[in-house]
Design a protein around this ligand. Structure first.
Ligand SMILES: Cc1ncc(COP(=O)(O)O)c(C=O)c1O
Length: 227
């Protein structure tokens, strides 16, 4: 049983289940849309619904391509595996989902090290910490390859200026950039910015369809076609 359980009102009915936005369920219109969706073999690129979803999200976020996968954990994992080889490392925040709740999948499956930085009260990592974490070219060290940020982070929309400061430090140190945007659309709504304002500086962005948006499963990884 989960650490969190839904509490019933005295009537015995659960009025609002606020354990997580992940407990949302598809409404009747979404169920109807799913039942009536055009389908095909996605391996052959024959599923028009998946193709449309990938293309429309890629266009909205200003990326070349999208890849639909079942979960956000898988999407983040694929990004790290695409960016990093064995013996390379991801620099990220110590409270971020990738390091706290993804079973060290990048290390288990990809031989990728995770270097955690303290996350500030606003959900950002400090640019100086990013710079200090980037390793010298030395055979004693893993090769610093990727900076992975998160927005929203633990319910906070991290201000763009704070994201960009860490991004600039990462780029200056030669890192690639990934955004765990599980709640990307909550972030841009709260920040009052466009999709491309937030997604623009990143090489890859993972967005979830199953959190807050009400879809039962699904995430999309956006980035370049080659990657
Ligand atoms: C910030 C963040 N990233 C990634 C995930 C992973 O998503 P999933 O549960 O679909 O694997 C979650 C899940 O809640 C999350 O909160």
């Amino acid at each position: 049983m989960s650490q969190y359980t839904a509490t019933a009102a005295p009537t015995g009915r659960v009025v609002a289940d606020l354990r997580s936005d992940t407990v949302t369920q598809p409404c009747d219109a979404m169920r109807t849309a799913m039942a009536n969706a055009e389908v095909g073999d996605d391996v052959y690129g024959d599923d028009p619904s998946v193709n449309r979803l990938e293309a429309s999200l890629a266009e909205r976020l200003g990326k070349e391509a999208g890849l639909f996968v079942p979960t956000g954990t898988q999407s983040n994992l694929l990004a790290m595996l695409a960016h990093c080889g064995r013996g390379e490392e991801v620099i990220l925040g110590d409270s971020y989902h990738v390091i706290r709740f993804e079973a060290a999948g990048a290390s288990v499956l990809g031989g990728i090290a995770l270097h955690a930085l303290i996350v500030a009260d606003d959900g950002a990592v400090e640019p100086d910490d990013v710079t200090a974490a980037i390793k010298d070219d030395d055979s004693h060290h893993p090769i610093s390859r990727l900076l992975s940020l998160e927005n929203t982070s633990d319910g906070r929309a991290v201000p763009l200026a704070r994201m960009n400061a860490a991004i600039d430090a990462g780029r200056a140190g030669g890192l690639n950039l990934h955004l765990d945007g599980a709640r990307f659309f909550n972030a841009i709504t709260a920040l009052g910015c466009s999709e491309t304002d937030l997604a623009g500086p990143f090489d890859t962005v993972s967005v979830c369809l199953s959190k807050g948006l009400g879809a039962p499963v699904g995430s999309v990884l956006l980035g370049s076609k080659d990657l």
